[in-house]
Design a protein around this ligand. Sequence first.
Ligand code: ADP
Ligand code: MG
Length: 336
Amino acid sequence: MGRITLQGVAKSFGDVEVIPPLNLEIEDGEFVVFVGPSGCGKSTLLRLIAGLEDVTGGDIEIDGRNVSTVPPAKRGLAMVFQSYALYPHMSVRKNIAFPMRMAKMDQAEQDKRVAHAANILNLTDYLDRRPGQLSGGQRQRVAIGRAIVREPAAFLFDEPLSNLDAALRHGMRVEIGELHKSLATTMIYVTHDQIEAMTMADKIVVLRAGHIEQVGSPLELYRTPRNLFVAGFIGSPTMNLFEGPEAARHGAHTIGVRPEHLMPSATGSDGSWRGRVGLSEHLGSDTFLHVHDTGLAETITVRAGGEIDLRHGDTVYLTPEADKIHRFDAQGLRLA
Ligand code: ADP
Ligand code: MG
């Protein structure tokens, strides 16, 4: 089991309040991602849950048990860090078994759990190697193996893929997603990367300056961001935002249109915006047009089909999909 409840959890370092009191429910088996810009308190929140930091207010419950003052080793959680923290002189087998050896677990049980974890993580052929003889992705898997053998109530990941190159990161993202499906154990995953959040999460928690800005499924956040911060943070390339007369026409202070909800064409129609193509990035599958001189914003980003035939300097007309226009008030809050 791994149901985790935070009630009024707060954290200050000295006089500096890093996490104002917040509430959060994490269901058993859920994959929850904490996402937000660097310094917003993601790691601190995770470390509070792990018990590596003491709360300065509020309560943390795991499966109904208040663990706020329980030491980390007794919370039944396993943490995986960005730096793998493997022992270089020990074999993969010994690294994975390490927490069980510390707990003086029966040797046969240790062997069974190591074999099981190695099998899940495709490490069976590498058990006698040292970490230095492994790739970055394999080392990260060893660190995850060491978490798996503890059979935790929940896994806590702090930016585990940040040290890997882009191709490996994508591969590991898929592996961790599949691991979650096969273990069905609660996972809390911290990242500043909204693409990781969108692709991995059942539930995303968007944080800014220690505040929860919004909690929801990836599609909820994409479709109905509650404020301008979430609107700008979730989605890639980011949402185009417009103020002034164009927003006022829609009864809003600011309107937002995602690049994929603007239809480019060479001829105008009612309600379309006229501009000039600056840079066009042809990715094969998609083309990103950077459109200038619309009088609405310095640059409007448009996501078009891969084979659209528009070039630098061309005149282009953009038509927003009427039901995909996001409206915000002067405080940046979403209007219904
Ligand atoms: P994130 O993981 O989102 O990048 P952190 O949780 O690491 O952010 O940090 C949040 C804020 O708390 C930052 O302003 C950071 O400087 C501060 N902070 C973190 N740990 C400590 C500490 N031990 N002492 C003082 N300030 C800290
Ligand atoms: Mg961090």
